[in-house]
Every structure is written in structure tokens, then in C-alpha cells.
Write a protein that binds this ligand. Structure first.
Ligand code: SF4
Length: 149
């Protein structure tokens, strides 16, 4: 994961000191089944979390949005709240997470379907063709209020 190690060097001044110390002392990754996952500070916040007032945000994404880092963040984070499962082929599943409730309410109020909210990561993961297919199906679903499945 060299890109995350490079990101770690770049975000050092943004993240809380306790995250920095934990990452330096114990390393950035922990085993997760057959994979590795990013370590969390105190089993709670990802080491790459930073805070603006009381809001937790991704320090990698912040740097990327400011044009200071050339990679948005891990794809699995970028796709959230969609999780990719499946061994032989990808299965995309929505994962309910109570902390996302305000974002869901805003999406509902502004009529932004999840497929549109995730346009950039979906294209990043699967390309424009797959995104267009998903979008077509999503639009048809919304136009018929879910009756046209
Ligand atoms: S988006 Fe991913 S890398 Fe960034 S803070 Fe959240 S869990 Fe960590």
C-alpha cells in the first residue's frame, strides 16, 4: 500500500497527534481476514480522520480536493455506503449506517439518487459504461416509484 504510506506523510499535519503517534508506533494497517485494513485509533476513528470543528472528515480526500494529493482515497471508502462483496464477481450492496442518516435526508430533500452521488467512484471502479447502465436502471426505478423492477 505505498500510496497510503505516501498519503500518511502528507496528512501528518492535519490529523490529530494521537492518530499520528499510533500510526507511527503500530503501523497503518491491521489484518482483516485475508486483507489488510487501515488501523483505527482507539478502535474508533480511522487514523486518516481529521476534524473540522466537530465534523470528522477524511484527510486524504481533503488534500485531494485542494489539489495537494493526486489520489482521492481508498476505493472502498470512496464507494461507501456501497460495499463490494462476492468472490467470483462483484456484488454491490448498500450498507446501512446510522451515522449516514443526515446525508440520506439531504439526498432525499435534494432528490439526489445514490447512483448520482456515487458517480465519480462508480466510474473510477467500473468505468463509464457500467455507470451509465446503473444510472439508466436507477432512473427507471425512480420514475416508476420502484414498480418497474
Ligand atoms: S475515507 Fe477511508 S481513509 Fe479516509 S478517513 Fe475514512 S476510512 Fe479513513
Amino acid at each position: 500500500m505505498p500510496i497510503l504510506e505516501r498519503a500518511w506523510d502528507e496528512v501528518r499535519d492535519l490529523i490529530p497527534g494521537l492518530h499520528r503517534q499510533e500510526g507511527d508506533r503500530l503501523g497503518l494497517f491491521v489484518p482483516d481476514g485475508e486483507d489488510l485494513t487501515i488501523r483505527c485509533y482507539d478502535h474508533r476513528a480511522c487514523l486518516f480522520v481529521m476534524y473540522e470543528k466537530d465534523v470528522a472528515i477524511c484527510s486524504i480526500q481533503k488534500l485531494h480536493q485542494e489539489g495537494r494529493f493526486d489520489w482521492p482515497k481508498p476505493l472502498s471508502c470512496h464507494l461507501f455506503p456501497i460495499r463490494v462483496r462476492g468472490r467470483r464477481r462483484d456484488q454491490l450492496r448498500y450498507e446501512e449506517f446510522s451515522e449516514c442518516a443526515p446525508a440520506l435526508a439531504l439526498g432525499e430533500a435534494e432528490d439526489v439518487p445514490l447512483v448520482d452521488f456515487l458517480e465519480v467512484p462508480l466510474k473510477r471502479a467500473y468505468g463509464a459504461g457500467v455507470f451509465t447502465e446503473l444510472k439508466t436502471r436507477s432512473d427507471a426505478f425512480h420514475e416508476t416509484d420502484g414498480e418497474g423492477r
